[in-house]
Ligand binder design. Sequence first.
Ligand SMILES: C=CC1=C(C)c2cc3[nH]c(cc4nc(cc5[nH]c(cc1n2)c(C)c5CCC(=O)O)C(CCC(=O)O)=C4C)c(C)c3C=C
Ligand SMILES: [Fe+2]
Length: 439
Amino acid sequence: MQAAHARGEASTPAGNGARATRRPRHDGTPAGPSAAPAGVPRRTLLGVAGAAGLTVGAAAGAGGHALAAEQPRALSTVGSASVPFHGRHQAGISSPLQAHGHLVAFDLVPGAGRDRAAALMRRWTSAAATMAEGRQPAEDNQIALDAGPSSLTVTFGFGASFFDRTGLRSQRPEALAPLPPFSADALDRQRSDGDLFVQVGADDALVAFHALRVLQKLAAGTAAVRWQMSGFNRTPGATAEPRTARNLMGQVDGTNNPRPSDADFDARVFVPASARPAWMANGSYVVVRRIRMLLDSWDQLSLAEQEKVIGRRKSDGAPLSGGTETTPVDLGGRRADGSLAIAGDAHVRVAAPESNGGAAMLRRPFSFHDGFDERGAPDAGLLFMAWQADPRRGFVPVQRKLDRGDGLSRFLRHEASALFAVPGGCAPGEYVGQRLLQG
Ligand SMILES: C=CC1=C(C)c2cc3[nH]c(cc4nc(cc5[nH]c(cc1n2)c(C)c5CCC(=O)O)C(CCC(=O)O)=C4C)c(C)c3C=C
Ligand SMILES: [Fe+2]
């Protein structure tokens, strides 16, 4: 069953042969359903038709909801959309944002070394590839039984400690060196770092939880959950047309992300095939930060003050230097009174590649809300994720600059941090990380 393939969608510009039913947008926009009619996984069609047949008899006999039951309905485009697991790069990096996400770090259990880690990666890869097609892995728990793939992606990575635990220290990339401390850090070490990283994303909450649970069970005896964070983005179809995401401060967030159509997109986001260590070819490095938003303080600012902090209008994300959302920011632009249109400490000025020797990254976050603290303030913010070819030329210099002079930092608290090496994608029959673990 290859729902996406049957519809013959275009390959993603990432060049991994990936086909998705939703047009990939890389500006933080949860892309809307494609205009093409949705294909339906064969399993689902049979399942729906079979179930409907049974229901028709029962409903007609009861004189109840016969009409509804007589019309077996195809999955919505949201449910039937799929993102191929296999490809040059792992899925979940340049794929469109999904509505639900789980980020999980696992630690290898004592005594579990390279061989057991390799066996786990093989099990995880097989299950992830199966679920990405909307099929159930062996020994399933039926949580996602009625749903299609719902754009499920599963992405795997390795933390620095993995290489010590598996005797693979000589294979640890230099780019995986620990992130430097930043003055804004208030890090909880229990919720930071980890040997193995799994990112699950899907447009359906049950599909996302199903994948998480399957992967956690497959790890039993080899790796245990160290920390887990869950987040969300806007549901596809919630807006009349696809739009750039908003974060929990209400800002349009993701506008100036690198786009796959940019000539330098791959160079910024993915490790070149010629780079060392060789097993990281076509991979990427992800920085994960749990950034709490101090929303009670933020809400005390006027709209004009909030816009000044970012340097963009809140309503439509247009830069304060003029134009619409997609107009390039003019950092030299001035108002009639001669003052800078984009303030000296505006977030977009301080974070811009022009202010950081060209440093750039692909931001692909999830928002989070984990209740309210003892003072009634929301424990909410951004599960910030930055993907780049090398964090020493991406996240690190930009965060250093933000740490010193970003107007937004007064309203943020970085509570957890991790950096993972995410290998390239794999072909059917291979497993993610095979070149490292078998090399
Ligand atoms: C170290 C990198 C960054 C962190 C940490 C970060 C946190 C953070 N950002 C927002 C909101 C917005 N960020 C925007 C732009 C933007 N942010 C970064 C980097 C970090 N942000 C970059 C590189 C850029 C692009 C700058 C540019 O080239 O113009 C924007 C504007 C819209 C956009 O382009 O996406 C917003 C809004 C929050 C809320 C946050 C922490 C919670
Ligand atoms: Fe930002």
